[in-house]
Structure formats: structure tokens, C-alpha cells
Design a protein around this ligand. Structure first.
Ligand code: FEO
Ligand code: CA
Ligand code: CA
Ligand code: CA
Length: 591
């Protein structure tokens, strides 16, 4: 492998060693601080957190559970004042409620209502402190979005019969958002957030007999029976047998405008309905807005949306309204990746083919644009609501769980995390191909491709095939594998101001805790993965934000599912939280 010279700017720090500590561990010379944790006050009148006396009314005013995406949006040129926007992906009631107080077979209505209020998003004012930290402030912008908040449905299926319910005969107003995983900050200062594993909230007691409806439910993982959380007992909208269309009102990309605390959040139907991990924007050279999004499921797809209209620069309310409306009219595409090496050289072992790269060409296949469908047997409405089935039909490439996808603001290249796929190559499943070159893929990989955004052809290659650098089935961009940190299960991606890629992980299959990693993507150090931090036992690392002098991560589900569990961050009941890391001398990160 290539030997790097000195560490490149942004990545010059002593890597953190893999560990299993119940702590956030940062490099020598760095300091950490908890910015906000589950239960901390968000809006005026929020009571102090009391894990033994939690109520739905309190939770609706407090920071929600299981923080995932983090957006830090500057309100001024200096970045001193900011909006901090955070997703609360899901609840794990057995860990959230004190031991012995939650009966999985019979949750109380108040416990269910607490969970509804613990989902959604939080918006808080977060200002830099004199010593370079980040502090949450009381502010008129502070806001909780929960499963009770009204959303406006926009785009081509707003008002469609497929979205009408007994509570909303217009098919345009949805209460709430759930399973918001990752997301993106738009160039116009709003946040896009992906509704990911929405299927797990819906029961259907009586088996659906209509074959068309049954196929649609199956393809979205709606297997039937009761749900784990039993919400269907307290609101019939969670029961598909009673409200067949409510499930069509989740699985979208939503948009939150933190600049206006009274703005109704939006569900953007033009971006399709699937298990959206996230959504990130690139402005093409001609001004059209391109949004990338992955469908996080084994053997599912990578999508992009290209707007018809053109981006208007600036952060005025007028520009924001204009740009938000761009996401309602455009074309939805799905990706097909073709390898350039002989098929027999891709044997599922992860060994590099003879041309030295996992690489090839790609094509974007149009699915629908406005009310026009490009898929045989599907109306445009059906393409948007049953996007997975439409994409199956056109021969899109089945990927190893597409997670976060984001354009590099320095080079313009696009990066996608493919977290893992233990079923690749299993009996009856798709085997390895050049873009997904390992069977039984436990550790995931990172894909990059070159496009301005609006073209339909592109070139791609793998940047990383993750795992133990000592193992033959890993690849670190051609860099010397004796000089890199082990990395497994890439999930969220971000970039620093130099254009280095930062990757957070979920589900480290190498046996130690998850973490955050930096990796240069150009020059002689391309592929030099270095671990910047580790999170507590049982946690995943989410929402990385990398500013010149500050790193933020979301510590999600500390202690989940494990013994002895976690008591992070305060030594008591474990609480998901946002952590800020800065250099002790106040200097630039990694420099
Ligand atoms: Fe919620 Fe795909 O991670
Ligand atoms: Ca090749
Ligand atoms: Ca994720
Ligand atoms: Ca995850």
C-alpha cells in the first residue's frame, strides 16, 4: 500500500485505540462536553428530568430519546449563534423506563404517550461559549416536534386517495414523524430528515387477503401481527386493518425550517417512499437541486431527485420558501452500478480484481416526474408511494444497506456508506458483484462517484472495504494497511472544511465500541482511516458535525441490549446525548 507522508490537515491527531469503555474517548489534547441529553429542557416550562416520574406532558417539552442526526446551522457569519436540530429516531421502552416499571406485554397509555412525545425532532438555540464549547440557550426558536405535530404533505401525491384516512380525508395533513434516522442541512438553512424504519410501528391483526395490497405490505416489511410497542391499542391509526392508508403517510423525507418556530413541517412526496436513511443536497452547476437518499435495507437501492427549478441563493424567508418548493417538482431516479472487471474476478471474497479497483460505470434510471410515470404498470402516484416495487421493476442494483449519502463540498464527489449485508451471497439471495464485492458482508464499505448531479451516467469506485486491516478482504483506498485504524459498519458521513471524509459507525462487528473516523479522500493519504473518538458500550455514533474547531456526535442508545449496560453520561440511568469535542488549546481540529 501507499505510504503517506505527514498527516494531512484536519486529520493530524493521535488515533484513539479500539476499546470497550463506558465512556466517550477522545484523542490526547482534546476535551469533551455533553451539550444536551434525553430529558433536558427544550421549550419554556419544561420540568426537570425525573426518570422515575416521567410524563408525556414533560417529555413533549424535553429533549427526546435516541438522538441520531445532528444539524448545526449557523445564524450568523461567525457561527457563534446556531440552531441545533436533532432527530429522535426511536424508543427502547425497556431501557427508557426504570427497571421493572414497563410491562412489554401491557404498556400503559401514559407510557405509550411518553414514547410518542420522545420521537420526532428537537430544535434548540446553541451558542458557542467563550472557551470554544457549545451551550443550549432558552430561545423563542426552541421547539419540539413529536408524533402530535401537524405536517403538511407536499409534492405529487399530496391529496392522493392513497394518503386519505378517516382522520384526514384531504390526504394532506399528517400527525407527526417517526424513526427519523439521519438527514442533511440544506444550502438554504433547513433540515431534511429521513423516516427510516417506519414499518415497525404498524400492526395488522387480520391478514390482508388482497394480493396487490399484500405484496406492497410485504415489500415494506409489514409482516403483520402486533407491534412490539403496542401503540395500535391506543390509536387505531397504527393498525393497518383499521386504517389501511396511514402507513402510506410515513417513509418520506421531511423538512423542518428552524428559522420559523411556527412553520408547519413538510413531507416531500416527490423524493419517494422507502426506508430513507437520510437526504443530502447538492446544487448542480445549472442551479438545479439534487437530493441523494439511500434505502437502508439489505439489497435495496440508492436514489436521487433532480428538481425542475433552480436554486435561489440566500437565507431570506423568500429564498427559503422558493427553495423548499423546488423539492416538490422534479424527477426521481434510482441507481444502477456496473463493474468493469470480469465477473469471475469478483468471487465474493473481497480480494481486489486484477485492475486494482472495485470500480465501473453507473446509470440513473428515471422512475417518475410529476404526474408522469416511466415504469410499466405503475401510475406516477404508485411510483412515489410504492417506490421500492417500481425500482425492482427497472433493474436497479441491489446494495448492501445504503445509509448516509453526501456530496463532498470541496471536490463535488458523492460518498455513500453501505453498512453491511450478512445475507449477500446466501441461498436464494443476490451474490457479490463489483459494487458489493463481499459475500456475508459483516463490515460494510464506502462507495464514491463522480457527477455534477444532473447527468444520468457516471463513474464510481469503492473508497474503503471496511474491517480488520490485517484481513485480506479489506481495502483502504490503496493506503498502507499497517497504518490505519480498523473500521466496521459505516453509517453516517460528513466532511470537514478541507474535504476529508468523516465516518461514524453503528454495530462494529470487530468486537469493540463504535466510533468516529476521519479519512482523506485525495492525495497520497487517500484511505488513511484514523479513529477520532469512541462512544460508550452499546452505543452507536451518529450525526457527526465537523467544524474547523468543533466536532459534534450523537451518542445513541448507550448500553442497548447489553449486560452490564451503560451508566453514561452521569453515572446513573443511561441517557442518549449530544457530545461536543474541541481541542484543549482552542485550535483547529486535526491541525
Ligand atoms: Fe437508523 Fe440506517 O440507520
Ligand atoms: Ca474494476
Ligand atoms: Ca443511521
Ligand atoms: Ca444506524
Amino acid at each position: 500500500g501507499r505510504q503517506g507522508g505527514r498527516s494531512v490537515p484536519g486529520t493530524d491527531f493521535e488515533p484513539v485505540a479500539p476499546n470497550s469503555r463506558d465512556a466517550v474517548t477522545v484523542p490526547e489534547g482534546y476535551e469533551q462536553q455533553v451539550v444536551i441529553r434525553w430529558g433536558d429542557p427544550v421549550v419554556p416550562g419544561a420540568p426537570a428530568f425525573d426518570v422515575n416520574g416521567q410524563t408525556a406532558a414533560a417529555q413533549a417539552k424535553q429533549f427526546g430519546y435516541n438522538n441520531d442526526f445532528v444539524g448545526l446551522i449557523p445564524q450568523d457569519g461567525s457561527g457563534r449563534r446556531n440552531f441545533l436540530v436533532v432527530n429522535h429516531e426511536y424508543t427502547t421502552e425497556t431501557e427508557m423506563f426504570p427497571e421493572g416499571s414497563y410491562d412489554e406485554a401491557n404498556p400503559t397509555e401514559e407510557q405509550v404517550r411518553i414514547a410518542w412525545a420522545a420521537h420526532g425532532l428537537s430544535v434548540v438555540q446553541a451558542d458557542r461559549t467563550r472557551d470554544g464549547g457549545l451551550e443550549v440557550k432558552p430561545s423563542r426558536y426552541n421547539r419540539r416536534i413529536t408524533l402530535d405535530t401537524e405536517f403538511e404533505v407536499r409534492g405529487p401525491v399530496a391529496g392522493s386517495d392513497l394518503l386519505k384516512t378517516s382522520a384526514d380525508p384531504t390526504g394532506t395533513i399528517v400527525h407527526g414523524t417517526q424513526n427519523n434516522c439521519a438527514g442533511g442541512v440544506t444550502p438554504w438553512g433547513t433540515v431534511l430528515s429521513g423516516e427510516e424504519n417506519f414499518h415497525q410501528y404498524f400492526a395488522h391483526g387480520e391478514r390482508v387477503t388482497d394480493p396487490v395490497q399484500a405484496e406492497r405490505l410485504d415489500r415494506y416489511g409489514l409482516a403483520g401481527g402486533e407491534t412490539t410497542r403496542k401503540w395500535e391499542r391506543f390509536d387505531k391509526r397504527w393498525d393497518i386493518s383499521q386504517e389501511p392508508n396511514e402507513v402510506h403517510r410515513f417513509g418520506w423525507v421531511v423538512e423542518i425550517d428552524p428559522n420559523d418556530p411556527n412553520a408547519k413541517p413538510i413531507k416531500h412526496t416527490a423524493l419517494g417512499r422507502f426506508k430513507h436513511e437520510a437526504a443530502n443536497v447538492k446544487i448542480a452547476r445549472d442551479g438545479r437541486v439534487v437530493v441523494y437518499s439511500g434505502d437502508d435495507e439489505r439489497f435495496d437501492y440508492i436514489y436521487k431527485f433532480v428538481s425542475n427549478g433552480r436554486y435561489k441563493p440566500g437565507r431570506s424567508a423568500h429564498a427559503r420558501r422558493h427553495n423548499m418548493a423546488l423539492l416538490d417538482e422534479g424527477t426521481l431516479y434510482v441507481a444502477k452500478f456496473t463493474g468493469n472487471s470480469p465477473a469471475e474476478e469478483i468471487d465474493g471474497s473481497g480480494t481486489l480484481p486484477s485492475d486494482g479497483e472495485f470500480d465501473g460505470t453507473g446509470e440513473w434510471i428515471a422512475l417518475a416526474s410529476g404526474d408522469k410515470s416511466f415504469v410499466d404498470g405503475f401510475t406516477a402516484e404508485e411510483v412515489y408511494v410504492f417506490t421500492r416495487l417500481a425500482a425492482d421493476k427497472v433493474g436497479a442494483t441491489k446494495m448492501d444497506r445504503p445509509e448516509d449519502i453526501e456530496p463532498n463540498p470541496v471536490t463535488g464527489r458523492i460518498y455513500a456508506a453501505l453498512t453491511n449485508n450478512s445475507d449477500r451471497g446466501a441461498a436464494g439471495k443476490a451474490g457479490a458483484d463489483e459494487p458489493n464485492p463481499r459475500n456475508g458482508n459483516k463490515n460494510g464499505h464506502v462507495l464514491e462517484w463522480d457527477e455534477d448531479g444532473t447527468e444520468t451516467k457516471f463513474r464510481w469506485r469503492l473508497l474503503l472495504v471496511c474491517g480488520d486491516p490485517d484481513a485480506a478482504d479489506t481495502y483502504f483506498g490503496g493506503f498502507d494497511k499497517s497504518q490505519v485504524s480498523p473500521i466496521s459498519c459505516p453509517d453516517n458521513v460528513a466532511f470537514d472544511g478541507y474535504g476529508n471524509l468523516w465516518i461514524s459507525t453503528d454495530g462494529n462487528a470487530l468486537g469493540s465500541n463504535d466510533g468516529l473516523f476521519s479519512v482523506p479522500v485525495t492525495g497520497p493519504n487517500r484511505g488513511q482511516v484514523k479513529q477520532f473518538l469512541t462512544v460508550p458500550v452499546g452505543a452507536e455514533t451518529c450525526g457527526p458535525v465537523v467544524r474547523d474547531d468543533l466536532v459534534l456526535v450523537a451518542v445513541q442508545h448507550p448500553g442497548e441490549g447489553g449486560e452490564p449496560g451503560s451508566s453514561w453520561p452521569d453515572g446513573g440511568h443511561a441517557r442518549p446525548a449530544i457530545v461536543a469535542v474541541r481541542k484543549s488549546d482552542g485550535g483547529r481540529i486535526g491541525a
